[in-house]
Design a protein around this ligand. Structure first.
Ligand SMILES: [Zn+2]
Length: 101
């Protein structure tokens, strides 16, 4: 899901102190930059209709921020898959979103 350099801590909850202990000097800066990039990328979510086989054989894949994907996916589920338009559908789809690698 989230790949990090092997020689750096992989746990986001680690404090900056423990990061600086493991990655010194420019390595630390590089790591922090990489961490920021990974975190931005991990904000992206996707949903793929192929993971949820339907009679229509839909192959749509949506990728973007959680809100973007939700908007499109909910609309799609209602118009193309005949799902009822209600708040539960939105929450159900939110639970199906996968982080983009
Ligand atoms: Zn679909």
């Amino acid at each position: 899901m989230i790949r990090m350099r092997n020689d750096c801590p992989t746990n986001f909850s680690l404090s900056l102190t423990s990061i600086s202990e493991s990655c010194v000097g420019s390595d630390k800066l590089k790591f922090v930059g990489q961490l920021r990039k990974v975190m931005i990328m991990s904000d992206r979510k996707s949903i793929d209709c192929r993971d949820y086989p339907s009679e229509s054989g839909c192959t749509l894949r949506v990728e973007g921020t959680e809100e973007e994907v939700l908007e499109v996916a909910v609309n799609h589920a209602i118009t193309k898959h005949g799902h009822p338009d209600n708040p539960e559908l939105r929450e159900e789809i939110r639970g199906l979103l996968k982080p983009v690698e």
